[in-house]
Ligand binder design. Structure first.
Ligand code: ADP
Ligand code: ASP
Ligand code: MG
Length: 411
């Protein structure tokens, strides 16, 4: 018998009525003969509410206790869904991450799954119970509760699908698939029937929050068929495929953007070997991740300017550190800007099409949008622009690359 893993996000379980609607959908799959394992998120807004409570007590809550707190959101949903399933005629049992057990490392608030012991869950499924698992959480070796980072229920679902060899992992959410860009920013965005793993990985890592990046990584690594669908509307959604080439002969498959960006510049540092290390070493030691890096030639030849981007949450800490470095190196000045965003074009079609970057730059220039930084790799081009240009930038690029139109399918 086939095992299907279904994950329902916060909006899909946002009220008791919606939880009952999820129960009906799960019951339909169960009564059609499939074994069903459901992964649930906290009810919408709940994780944010819990974070708010913690921050009302401390600006930096204890990571271990924050995880104890945050993991309760999913626990509420799993119990309510089991009750609703019982009412819908399915026997159902709920499990926290620790009960399953989903073993993680000890990195609180951003733990990684190391291993899943599925034997209890398997025994339940074999007896034709629907199993409901709380997403976003696990336990470490010492038995401490951990959470997997925001959006982590996606990863719980994919990891369970991999561990239990499920036929498909279905991510039910408030959109009916993966779109050419976030439909909240560009209403003309088009749903994709398929997207390659490689592209989905780039989209997720460049800011498309429809799937957590680790979920996509896991699915790629363990060959889990992954589909994004709506819990409110029927349809086939978007399949993440293992094909190397996009089915659609598009130059660009999608546009991702990330608002969580900030940039820092150190001006007038002596241009000598080891300077990048002297600037970024202390940033790395402070556990701050750096994304884009640009080093310019200084006008005078003996000094240089050095710019990099960090997560907006790390901006203040990074700036304090950089000011210390500037003093130690005798640099002229430190400048920072946390009102920037990154917009990226993604597509495996880029490999075989030239001129994508120039079309991108031309489009932004026509709208008078100044590009602050650029970075490219084989299947993506990213630019950093001022935050106020995010919507305009995304929409004008969407139009320039004709993403609302379906490209000709391959013969
Ligand atoms: P859930 O709570 O179900 O996990 P999320 O809010 O995490 O839902 O993810 C769904 C949201 O992702 C959508 O409402 C949409 O605004 C956003 N999103 C961003 N980029 C895309 C994209 N390319 N395609 C579809 N949705 C996207
Ligand atoms: N509830 C968690 C969050 O809001 C995990 C998830 O929904 O995937 O980030
Ligand atoms: Mg999500």
């Amino acid at each position: 018998m086939a095992l299907i893993v279904q994950k329902y996000g916060g909006t899909s379980v946002g009220t008791v009525e919606r939880i009952e609607a999820v129960a009906d959908r799960v019951a339909a799959a169960y009564h059609s003969g499939d074994d069903v394992l459901v992964v649930v998120s906290a009810m919408s807004g709940e994780t944010n509410r819990l974070v708010g409570l913690a921050q009302a007590i401390s600006e930096n809550p204890l990571p271990r206790e924050l995880d104890v707190l945050l993991s309760t959101g999913e626990q509420v949903t799993m119990a309510l869904l089991c009750m609703a399933l019982e009412k819908a005629g399915c026997s159902a049992r709920s499990y926290t991450g620790g009960q399953v057990k989903i073993l993680t490392d000890s990195a609180h608030n951003k733990a990684r799954i190391k291993e899943i012991d599925g034997h209890r869950v398997k025994a339940d499924l074999e007896q034709r119970n629907v199993v409901v698992v709380a997403g976003f959480q696990g336990v470490d070796e010492a038995g401490n509760i951990t959470t997997l980072g925001r959006g982590g229920s996606d990863t719980t679902a994919v990891a369970l699908a991999a561990a239990l060899n499920a036929e498909e992992c279905q991510i039910y959410t408030d959109v009916d698939g993966v779109y050419t860009t976030d439909p909240r920013v560009e209403p003309k965005a088009r749903r994709l029937n398929q997207i390659t793993f490689e592209e989905m990985l780039e989209m997720a890592s460049l800011g498309s929050k429809v799937l957590q990046i680790r979920a996509v990584e896991f699915a790629g690594k363990y060959n889990v068929p992954l589909r994004v669908l709506s819990s409110f509307k029927e349809g086939k959604g978007t399949l993440i495929t293992f094909e190397e080439e996009s089915m659609e002969q598009a130059k660009i498959s999608g546009i991702a953007f990330n608002r969580d960006e900030a940039k820092l510049t150190i001006l007038g540092v002596p241009d000598q070997p080891g300077i990048a290390y002297k600037i970024l070493g202390p940033i790395a030691n402070a556990n701050i991740e750096v994304d884009m890096i640009v080093q310019n030639m200084g006008a005078d030849g003996s000094t240089t300017d050095f710019t990099f981007t960090v997560h907006r949450n790390d901006f203040k800490r990074a700036k304090v550190q950089l000011e210390l470095t500037a003093k130690a190196l005798g640099a002229r000045q430190v400048a920072g800007d946390n009102e920037i965003v990154k917009i990226s074009l993604v597509g495996v079609g880029m490999r075989s099409h030239a001129g994508i970057a120039s079309t991108m730059f031309e489009t932004l220039a026509k709208e008078n949008i100044n590009i602050r930084m650029i970075s490219t790799s084989e299947i993506k081009i990213s630019v950093v622009v001022d935050e106020r240009y995010l919507e305009l930038g995304v929409r004008s690029l969407h139009e320039a690359f004709e993403l609302e139109k379906k490209p000709n399918s391959k013969a």
